[in-house]
Design a protein around this ligand. Structure first.
Ligand SMILES: Cc1cc2nc3c(=O)[nH]c(=O)nc-3n(C[C@H](O)[C@H](O)[C@H](O)COP(=O)(O)O)c2cc1C
Length: 187
């Protein structure tokens, strides 16, 4: 039996669990990290990636100031760090120091990437839209990184599900990852 939600504002939960990443903004010297679940690919050519950020976040300020950000996909062993970057503001704490994130200089943007990531996208902001109480930043992917041992095929960058144990967020502080045993292949 299908039931109706009492409050449609809770409907966003119905699309979870979501692959959750850490957005890094700011500079190599003063980077900031924040958890994001609302992010998506938008175009193959040019390669565009969108992230929805509330103007309340320090990250919002930094992306506007420097015009770029990195999207960092973390191993499941670091799910708690993902949670913590989404629970504190960079206005109050240095999240790189406090949560032992290591930074690497990006190739083509001001913001660094996270050294412990499975994969990272370097994005330059090419557009932004106000979408209700969030702002949707459209970034062009100008460089991408992946941990060599997590992909099946370098040309297609296809991830190996048992090696790339990514972080998924269900809501209310609950995280999970993919069970490779559920894999099915269709020809
Ligand atoms: C799992 C998780 C996912 C989140 N996803 C988003 C998101 O997509 N957009 C957003 O604006 N805030 C999101 N947040 C909230 C921010 O990460 C949080 O407010 C953070 O403390 C902001 O940090 P900052 O002030 O240093 O930028 C999320 C939080 C968590 C825990």
């Amino acid at each position: 039996m299908l039931i109706s939600l009492e409050d449609v504002r809770q409907a966003y939960h119905l699309t979870y669990p979501k692959l959750t990443a850490i957005i890094v903004s700011g500079t190599y010297e003063k980077p900031n990290a924040m958890a994001v679940s609302w992010h998506t690919h938008l175009s193959f050519n040019p390669p565009l990636y969108g992230v929805s950020i509330s103007p309340k976040r320090y990250t919002y300020e930094l992306i506007n100031r420097y015009g770029d950000f990195s999207v960092n996909f973390m191993p499941f062993g670091m799910a708690e760090v993902v949670w913590l970057t989404g629970s504190y503001s960079g206005r109050e704490v240095n999240k790189f120091e406090k949560f032992r994130l290591m930074k690497l200089r990006a190739r083509k943007i001001t913001a660094p990437i996270i050294a412990q990531c499975l994969a990272a996208l370097e994005c330059k902001v090419v557009d932004k839209f106000v979408t209700g109480d969030h702002v949707f930043f459209v970034g062009e992917i100008v460089h991408a990184w992946v941990r060599e041992d997590t992909i099946l095929d370098k040309k297609r960058a296809l991830l190996s599900p048992d090696k790339a144990q990514q972080v998924y967020y269900l809501g209310e502080g609950i995280f999970l990852t993919i069970d490779a045993k559920t894999e099915r292949k269709f020809e």
